[in-house]
Design a binder for this molecule. Structure first.
Ligand code: FES
Length: 172
C-alpha cells in the first residue's frame, strides 16, 4: 500500500517528464531533445529528474548527468522566472554592456556569487555574443531581445517587470 502510494506520488510528480518521454518514445537516442523539453518545463534540470530520465531510458545516471553538464545551455541550478542575459561580447563590451550588468546587480541586490534573487524572480547571466552586434549593447530577458540599451533603460525595464509581477500577485 505504501509502495503503491509512493509510486502514485512519484508518477504525479514526474507526470510532465513522463509526457515528454512518451513524446520521444522513450528513445535514448533523443536524450538531448528530451533534456531540452524537460528544461523548458522546469527552467532547469533538477537532479532527481535527471535520475528519473536515466532510469526511464535505461541509461546510467552518470551518462545523463554527463550530457547535461557538457552542454552549457543546460542549467543544473534553479533559475529565476526572468533570466536576464547581458552580452559581454566584444561589440557590446566596448559599448558599455558591463554597466548594464552593474545596474541589474545593484537593483536586485545580486553579486558575482549570488546570481538569482531569493524570490526566484530574476537570474542574471553574462554571455558572449548573442548574435545581434548591430544592436549593441544587447540584453535578452527570457526570449526578448533589447538592443541599444542604456543603464537608465535597464533600470526602467526591471522596474516594469517588478510592477507587472506585483499587480499579477495582487490580482491572483
Ligand atoms: S557582441 Fe553582443 S551581440 Fe554580439
Amino acid at each position: 500500500m505504501i509502495a503503491e502510494k509512493q509510486i502514485l506520488s512519484r508518477t504525479r510528480k514526474f507526470g510532465k517528464v513522463c509526457e515528454i518521454l512518451d513524446r520521444y518514445s522513450n528513445d535514448s537516442a533523443k536524450l538531448i531533445p528530451i533534456l531540452q523539453a524537460v528544461q523548458e518545463e522546469y527552467r532547469y534540470l533538477p537532479e532527481e529528474v535527471l535520475t528519473f530520465v536515466a532510469t526511464s531510458l535505461n541509461l546510467s545516471p552518470a551518462r545523463v548527468y554527463g550530457v547535461a553538464t557538457f552542454y552549457s545551455h543546460f542549467a543544473l541550478e534553479p533559475k529565476g522566472k526572468y533570466v536576464i542575459r547581458v552580452c559581454d561580447g566584444t561589440a557590446c563590451h566596448v559599448k558599455g554592456s558591463m554597466s548594464l550588468a552593474e545596474v541589474v546587480m545593484e537593483k536586485l541586490n545580486l553579486d558575482e556569487k549570488r546570481r538569482t534573487t531569493p524570490d526566484m524572480l530574476f537570474t542574471l547571466e553574462t554571455v558572449s555574443c548573442l548574435g545581434a552586434c548591430g544592436l549593441a549593447p544587447v540584453m535578452v530577458i527570457n526570449d526578448e531581445v533589447h538592443g541599444q540599451m542604456t543603464p537608465e533603460k535597464t533600470g526602467t525595464l526591471i522596474d516594469q517587470i517588478i510592477e507587472m509581477e506585483k499587480s499579477y500577485a495582487r490580482n491572483n
